[in-house]
Design a protein around this ligand. Structure first.
Ligand code: UD1
Ligand code: UDP
Length: 355
């Protein structure tokens, strides 16, 4: 079995790690990195920390508008797939790398496996929603992390080739948190204590590119009487700098503004946080895995189970709602077993081997 795997953005390296390890025991994997993310702390750090083999092809596409970035990926991915002739191509999640990989593969009549299929926010203003819908409809194998994802696919008429496998990010987090707890010194390095700080991340286009939304979040963070740790995504740093808001955060003694951190340090920061404020998909899940209350800076989420189970609250960008959640959102409810048993990667590999 020869599998070509296409990744390009931070969360995809994390999803890839457990699956790639299992896959390479059963067949050959050709790893293609589109180059969508390229800063050391957005890309290479995950290969180094998680022992992911370096990519066989690095397409170095970099940042640009959606059309230019996706277009460059289409051209370069096609060249590789024509040369390598894989039996199946794996794409992950919902980025432009996912969309480009799925489109090229479908046109070459090669079966696609979509890891993290079936997620929906039902918000087509999000680029991710467009990428997911198209990728799912082109895929031969939809590896769904949750029952909700299976149901979403069914609603769109996709029933063949749908497999409820559990979530590969759960596999990854279960493996890594034990290492992180033994190895990471991030709390001491930052001079913070467990359960005495809030962890913040932000990068969705709807929050970074709309000035009023970004300004409202910055205002809310600035007025919190709490220690805030904020590893800033490069997209957000650029938006904050361009809009003159960065210094407002940097000058505030309660806020620690820093570049993104590695996976082990980040997991430990999540695990020991009092609460997490984020618009990230993966981080909403990790907060749930670690039973840390999550305040989501969005109006909707794909990970509805985290809200249904009471561990995630959607507050958007409204300052009052953010403050109310920081002071009053204190879940302790029972969690269902929604993200599988930590063996999603094994299940996906078994399905591919049978095929
Ligand atoms: C992308 C995905 C998003 C995912 C996120 C994970 C799309 C449309 N979006 O968003 O779904 O949640 O990755 O983090 O695919 N930049 C750097 N260095 C880097 C990478 C990016 O400086 O290594 C800056 C550039 O200014 C770039 C901007 O960040 O223009 C946005 O990067 P891009 O990959 O286009 O989108 P993300 O916001 O990272
Ligand atoms: N992450 C990390 N360092 C950071 C911030 C996030 O390692 O400074 C990890 C986090 O643990 C999670 C993933 O990156 O596994 C989430 O990626 P991101 O928020 O960029 O994307 P999304 O999940 O929203 O697509």
């Amino acid at each position: 079995m020869k599998v070509a795997t296409i990744v390009g953005a931070r969360p995809q390296f994390i999803k890839l790690a457990p699956l790639s390890q299992k896959l390479r025991l059963k067949g050959k994997e050709v790893l293609i990195h589109t180059g969508q993310h390229y800063d050391y702390e957005m890309s290479r750090v995950f290969f180094d920390e998680l022992g992911i083999p370096l990519p066989d092809y690095h397409l170095e596409v970099g940042s640009d508008s959606h059309a230019v970035q996706t277009g460059k990926m289409l051209i370069k991915i096609e060249e590789v797939l024509v040369k390598e002739k894989p039996d199946v191509v794996l794409v992950y999640g919902d980025t432009n790398s996912t969309l480009a990989g799925a489109l090229v593969t479908a046109k070459l009549n090669i079966p696609i496996g979509h890891v993290e299929a079936g997620l929906r926010s039902f918000d087509r203003t999000m680029p991710e929603e467009i990428n997911r819908v198209v990728s799912d409809h082109l895929s031969s194998f939809c590896f769904a992390p949750t029952q909700t994802a299976v149901d979403n696919l069914k609603e769109e008429g996709i029933e063949n080739g749908v497999y409820l496998t559990g979530d590969v990010m759960y596999d990854a987090a279960l493996n890594a948190i034990e290492i992180a707890r033994g190895k990471s010194k991030i709390l001491a390095q930052l001079g913070i204590k467990e359960k005495e700080y809030l962890l913040v991340t932000l990068h969705r286009a709807g929050n970074t590119d709309i000035f009023n939304n970004l300004a409202s979040i910055v205002d809310a963070l600035g007025d919190l009487n709490e220690q805030v740790i904020f590893p800033v995504h490069p997209r957000t740093r650029k938006a904050l700098a361009d809009s003159g808001l960065l210094s407002k955060l940097e000058d505030n003694p309660h806020l620690k503004i820093m570049t993104p951190v590695g996976y082990f340090d980040f997991l430990l920061l999540e695990y020991q946080a009092k609460k997490i404020l984020t618009d990230s998909g993966g981080i909403q899940k990790e907060a749930y895995f670690f039973k840390v209350p999550c305040i989501t800076l969005r109006e909707n989420t794909e990970w509805v189970e985290t809200v249904e189970d009471g561990w995630n609250i959607l507050v958007g960008t409204n300052k009052d709602l953010i403050h109310q959640a920081v002071s009053g959102f204190n879940p302790d409810s029972h969690q269902r077993d929604v993200f599988g048993d930590g063996k999603a990667s094994e299940k996906i590999v078994e399905i591919l081997v049978d095929f």
